[in-house]
Design a protein around this ligand. Structure first.
Ligand code: THU
Length: 163
């Protein structure tokens, strides 16, 4: 039997390097901009670009449920990648009135797929920081680790790389 293993690191918020503390804090602040009247789960995400810029987003739900968008993809859809503007890391966290737990939140499958395609497009790894409101953080250095056996553009015969 073959197996798939991957490294991850667990931190307390206070143990993170300053730049990453700032990123996780930005994701936490972004939860205040969530619109989550149906799930009551306010998700905040923050993206750190290679030049140090931090972008943030929050989930936006809709009465027609599938119309809603996750925090992570709300940001990613607004990023223009280039050789000068690459993504270094994505952090995701949450707040919920009835759910202040120590369990870090992880990107959903659709967001993992979206993050991974950005990683492939920019040809450099994106670290993912999965955080709890109480300050526990699980970090993987490469988005690939969160989506083994991923579907990707090499599965599509008609795919043409974009410049
Ligand atoms: N959600 C996110 O924003 N990101 C994820 O990766 C997981 C789920 C949101 C979508 C929905 O508004 C709420 O959490 C409950 O699923």
């Amino acid at each position: 039997m073959d197996s798939f293993t991957f490294p991850y690191q667990q931190y307390l918020h206070s143990e993170l390097p300053d730049e990453m503390q700032e990123l996780v804090t930005a994701a936490g602040n972004a939860t205040q901009r969530a619109y989550a009247p149906y799930s009551d789960l306010k998700v905040g995400a923050a993206v750190l670009m290679a030049d140090g810029t931090i972008l943030t987003g929050a989930n936006q739900e809709n009465a027609a449920f599938p119309v809603g968008i996750c925090a992570e993809r709300a940001i990613l859809s607004n990023i223009h990648l280039s050789d000068e503007t690459k993504i270094k890391a994505v952090a995701v966290t949450y707040s919920a009135d009835n759910k202040q737990t120590d369990k870090p939140i992880a990107p959903c499958g659709m967001c993992r797929q979206a993050i991974l395609e950005m990683q492939h497009r920019q040809h450099s790894p994106i670290a993912v920081y999965m955080c709890s409101p109480k300050g526990l953080v699980i970090m993987v250095e490469n988005a690939e680790f969160l989506l083994p056996f991923a579907f990707g553009n090499d599965d599509l015969p008609a795919y043409k790389p974009q410049v």
